[in-house]
Design a protein around this ligand. Structure first.
Ligand SMILES: *Cc1c(COP(=O)(O)O)cnc(C)c1O
Length: 568
């Protein structure tokens, strides 16, 4: 019975982690990219560390989308359905929200994240696909980031307000609400309502709202280093969808005079606000003057992102690593040849997969570069093609490149990037092999990131708030070759843990310069080291583990959230 399951969780107060997307495993299609995977990794580390936490998200029955690419790299999107009943249990409780005066019921599916350490963490996936609801409301929890702004706002009502009500209905006492990005900020309104003071006569009606109480309960993490990237909704829309929680004029005090700005709402009602890397904390501080913005650098869940062959190696030489990633500091104890062989096993796996999928005849011994993440303009997936003659000359017979990534259905320039990679693949055909793997997901991510020799990242600074795929790479001894942005500013030691592209982080961005540096280092450092100094190369792999993976993991990150954000 679900309720016997829940009883052991409701006994002690919890931290409630809210995220629009959570990526726990490939088969549960409730993530689109880094934000969701980070949320999943956060939850897994919290379970390993037995932190008192619950998580709330939306069900996204039809997923984000399944990517199909034609021979020109033109992307089409198909629904990516999955069956919740295979993984989770529908609970009998229902809570209500209301849209345009119409009540809408919300249910929750319970998924249990079970850790090898004995920790268990409940995740609630909210669902409006109930026979009691009108068809248009049933669809609200179908697609992640789908639909028009009204659809999105309604989803955020279900997440923030519905989610908070659901936790109460299930019997939870919540001591902190952690908003992972602004999509769940509406939960602050539900809390304002819940803690409204019971005063008969006040000289200013605003005094009935216990703002300090709400703030003391809330933590907000921002992930977006540009103001335009923050969710905003017209107040006319908000009026119809947030009916009766608290009056609009009070909401405006927190979320801005012109439009309902979810980030402003979240940060105005939180007493701890943070960015996701040191640099991103600084960038956010300039975006939000007058607020105190902290920084907790992201991580990845070590056990999830280490491939099979490396797990065996770490178990042999670094026992205990999975629940104490600090042990990676001793990676120097791993013999060179065994580290190389574990890497080659992962490399053969991805190359064989690529060759099966794309008939591209890639080679096990050629230096292989990987690049995979959301296809969107600022990530500059095509920086490598700035001068294709130069790339061909440097890389001919010595380099092969594997790409993957989805573009958001409405991101035209992201879609064009994918097509451009397909065009370049044709042009470089006989000189540098390039493949683009379809439908990037967590499984492909693990095999790809662990199996390539170098992990490339070329964002336009300072737009990469943190980035996490490079952290997955270093967990597998794969060095990063990246623009100095996000986490890499903290993880990079030139020629020791990997290589930078372009100037230091305080110099403004210049694509031509970045491309030049990229080619120069490939030609003069990376390719020669790989082919002519295998010992030196393996040393860098070892450093990626001992100096990067030991720090950029979600175990360290969660301990910081506990001491910096949750228990102050
Ligand atoms: C880790 C991950 C990402 C994030 O990649 P970044 O390079 O940090 O943007 C995106 N998609 C999937 C499937 C991932 O596993």
């Amino acid at each position: 019975m679900p309720h016997d399951i829940l009883e052991r969780f409701t006994k002690e107060p919890k931290i409630a982690y809210f995220s629009m997307e959570i990526g726990l495993r490939t088969e549960i299609h409730t993530y689109s990219g880094g934000l969701g995977v980070l949320a999943g990794d956060t939850i897994k580390s919290a379970a390993d560390l037995r932190l008192p936490m619950v998580a709330v998200t939306l069900l996204a029955r039809k997923g984000y989308f399944r990517q199909e690419l034609d021979s020109h790299g033109r992307q089409t999107e198909a629904p990516d359905e999955w069956n919740p009943a295979e993984f989770m249990t529908l609970l009998p409780e229902r809570v209500g929200v209301c849209f345009e005066g119409r009540p809408v019921l919300v249910a929750a599916w319970l998924y249990l994240v079970e850790s090898a350490t004995g920790g268990t963490l409940p995740v609630f996936f909210l669902d409006t696909d109930l026979p009691e609801n009108e068809p248009q409301d049933q669809e609200l929890t179908y697609s992640l980031y789908g639909g028009d702004p009204l659809y999105r706002l309604k989803q955020e009502v279900v997440l923030g307000i519905g989610g908070t009500r659901m936790l109460e209905e299930l019997g939870f006492e919540i001591k902190k609400y952690h908003m992972n990005e602004g999509h769940s900020s509406l939960l602050t309104l539900e809390l304002l309502k819940r803690f409204k003071k019971d005063i008969e006569e006040v000289w200013d009606e605003r005094l009935v709202w216990d703002i300090d109480k709400v703030r003391s309960l809330c933590v907000f993490t921002t992930h977006t280093p540009v103001a335009a990237g923050h969710d905003k909704f017209p107040y006319e829309m908000a009026e119809k969808t947030i009916c009766g929680v608290i009056p609009l004029n009070v909401i405006k005090d927190f979320s801005g005079p012109e439009a309902l700005n979810m980030t402003m709402l979240g940060i105005n009602l939180s007493n701890y606000i943070n960015g996701v890397a040191k640099k991103h904390g600084e960038v956010s501080q300039t975006m939000f003057p007058g607020y105190e913005i902290h920084a907790i650098t992201n991580g990845v869940h070590s056990y999830t992102w280490v491939c099979e062959s490396m797990r065996r190696l770490f178990d042999k030489y670094l026992p205990g690593w999975a629940n104490e990633p600090e042990i990676f500091v001793r990676a120097g104890r791993i013999p060179d040849d065994e580290l190389w062989e574990a890497h080659m096993e992962a490399k053969r796996k991805i190359i064989d997969y690529v060759n099966r999928e794309t008939q591209s005849d890639m080679n096990h011994d050629t230096l292989t570069i990987g690049f995979a993440r959301r296809a969107t303009a600022y990530k500059r997936a095509d920086l490598l093609f700035s001068d294709i003659e130069r790339l061909a000359r440097i890389g001919e017979g010595r380099l092969q490149i594997i790409y993957a990534g989805k573009a958001h259905p409405r991101d035209e320039s992201g879609k064009q990037l994918i097509q451009r990679i397909f065009q370049m693949r044709e042009r470089l055909k006989d000189r540098v092999k390039i493949v683009f793997l379809q439908n990037y997901n967590m499984n492909i991510a693990r095999d790809l990131i662990s199996g390539v020799d170098v992990w490339l990242n070329t964002p336009l600074r300072p737009l990469e708030a943190s980035g996490t795929s490079g952290m997955k790479a270093c967990h597998n001894g794969v060095p990063n070759f990246s623009v100095l942005d996000g986490w890499w500013i903290e993880g990079h030691i030139e020629g020791i843990t990997g290589w930078s592209i372009g100037p230091s982080a305080d110099v403004s961005a210049d694509s031509a310069h970045d491309a030049d540096d990229l080619y120069h280092k490939l030609e003069t450092v990376i390719i020669p080291t790989y082919y002519n100094d295998r010992h030196g190369w393996i040393k860098i792999m070892e450093n990626a583990i001992s100096k990067n993976a030991y720090y950029f993991n979600t175990h360290r990150m969660m301990r910081l959230y506990v001491t910096e954000a949750y228990i102050r």
